[in-house]
Design a protein around this ligand. Structure first.
Ligand code: UT7
Length: 329
C-alpha cells in the first residue's frame, strides 16, 4: 500500500471588511503611497474593527466555511491547530475558542507560535498526526489580528501589516499527492530584531510598559529583510535539489507575503517566472499567519491535482522553512 500522506482537501479564508489604504495612512503617519509601493509593494490592507473582536472572530467563520465547503460536520474534526501571534488571550489557546465557536466537540486543539512561519510549522505538525494513521481530519488555521499589536505612530511597521484568517483541512491520501517534504528552521538569535517587548513573563504589563509603547511590534527592518531573503531562498533551493524539482516541473511558489522585494528575490533564486508565483501582498499586506492560506484560497481554481507546489516562509524568531506538496484536488 502507498504511504499515507497528509493532503490539503479544502481551503477557506475570512478577511474583515474595512480597507485601510495607503492614502489613509498618509493622513496618519509621515509616509507616502510611493514609498510603500516601491519599498514593500502594499496598496491596501484589511483591518478588523469592532470592540471586543479578536483573532478567533476571523478564524471561526473561516473554519465554519471550510467544513461546509468540504461537506463535513464539526463533530468529524479530530484536531485543530491555530498558528497565531495575536491570540485572543494569552491563555486559553485561541484554537480552543475557535473550536467552541464552530461547535467542534470531538477534537483536541492547541495554538502554535512561530511568527510568520507559523502556518507552515502547523501544517507539518498536523501532517504527522495524519501520517500516523490515527487522525483523519485535521484543521490548520493561520490567523492574526495584527492591528491589535501595530503601533499606528510608527511608520516603519504600521504600513506593513493587515488582519485576516485562513484555514485548510488535512486528510489522508494514498494516491501520491499531499505533503511530500519539508525543511523547517529556527535561529533564536534573530529574536533581537523582531519581537514584542512587553506582555510576556519577562516583562508583564505595567503603566511604564504601556507608556513606552512596548506592547507593539518592534522590528529592525533591514536585518530581518536580509535574513528573510537569504534563508527563504536557501531552504527553497535545498528542497528543490533533493526532490529533483526545477522551474519546469514546479507549478507554483506560494511565498509568505512580507515584502514584494523578498518574494521577487526568492523566486529569482529558484529561477521561477513571476507567473508561477502567487502574489497578493498589494491587497492584504503582511497578515502574518494568514498569508499562505490567503494565497491558496485565491489561486485554488488554478491549481491542478498533482501540481508541484512550494510553500516558503520567514518570520520572527527567526523562523523559516519550505514545504513541498502535491496539490490533491
Ligand atoms: O513577515 C515577517 C518578517 N518581516 C519581514 O520580512 C520584513 C523585512 N523587512 C522589510 O520588509 C523592510 O526592511 C521594511 C519594509 C520593513 C523597510 O524597508 P527598508 O527599505 O529596509 O527601509 P529602511 O528601514 O532601511 O528605511 C529607509 C528609510 C528610512 O529613512 P532614512 O533614515 O533613510 O532617512 C526610514 O525612516 O525609509 C524611511 N521609512 C519610511 N519612509 C516613508 C521607513 N518607513 C517609512 C514609511 N514611509 N512608511
Amino acid at each position: 500500500m502507498q504511504k499515507i500522506r497528509a493532503a490539503i482537501t479544502a481551503v477557506n479564508t475570512y478577511v474583515p471588511d474595512y480597507i485601510l489604504t495607503n492614502k489613509e495612512l498618509e493622513t496618519i503617519v509621515d509616509t507616502t503611497e510611493e514609498w510603500i509601493m516601491t519599498r514593500v509593494g502594499i496598496r491596501e490592507r484589511h483591518i478588523l474593527k469592532g470592540e471586543g473582536l479578536g483573532t478567533s472572530d476571523m478564524a471561526a467563520p473561516a473554519v465554519r466555511g471550510l467544513l461546509e465547503k468540504r461537506g463535513i460536520t464539526p463533530d468529524e474534526v479530530d484536531l485543530l491547530i491555530c498558528a497565531t501571534v495575536t491570540p485572543d488571550m494569552l491563555f486559553p489557546a485561541t484554537a480552543n475558542i475557535i473550536s467552541d465557536k464552530v461547535g467542534i466537540k470531538n477534537a483536541f486543539s492547541f495554538d502554535l507560535n512561530a511568527a510568520c512561519s507559523g502556518f507552515i510549522y502547523a501544517l507539518i505538525t498536523a501532517s504527522k498526526y495524519i501520517e500516523s494513521g490515527l487522525y483523519k481530519k485535521v484543521v490548520v488555521v493561520g490567523a492574526d489580528k495584527m492591528s491589535s499589536i501595530t503601533d499606528f505612530t510608527d511608520r516603519a511597521t504600521c504600513v506593513i501589516f493587515g488582519d485576516a484568517a485562513g484555514a485548510v483541512l488535512l486528510e489522508p491520501a494514498t494516491d501520491g499527492n499531499g505533503i511530500i517534504d519539508a525543511i523547517l528552521k529556527t535561529d533564536g538569535c534573530g529574536r533581537i530584531h523582531l519581537h514584542q517587548k512587553a506582555g510576556g513573563s519577562c516583562k508583564p504589563p505595567t503603566h511604564a510598559t504601556i507608556d513606552a509603547r512596548e506592547h507593539y511590534i518592534y522590528q529592525e527592518g533591514q536585518p530581518v529583510f536580509k535574513a528573510a531573503v537569504q534563508n527563504m531562498a536557501d531552504t527553497a533551493v535545498e528542497i528543490m535539489k533533493r526532490n529533483d524539482l526545477n522551474n519546469q516541473n514546479i507549478a507554483w511558489l506560494i511565498p509568505h507575503q512580507a515584502n514584494m522585494r523578498i518574494i521577487d528575490a526568492t523566486a529569482k533564486r529558484m529561477e521561477l517566472p513571476k507567473e508561477k508565483v502567487t502574489i497578493n501582498i498589494d491587497r492584504y499586506g503582511n497578515t502574518t499567519n494568514a498569508t499562505i492560506p490567503l494565497c491558496m484560497h485565491e489561486w485554488e481554481k488554478q491549481f491542478k491535482k498533482g501540481d508541484n507546489i512550494i510553500l516558503a516562509a520567514f518570520g520572527g524568531g527567526f523562523t523559516w522553512g519550505t514545504i513541498y506538496l502535491k496539490w490533491a484536488y
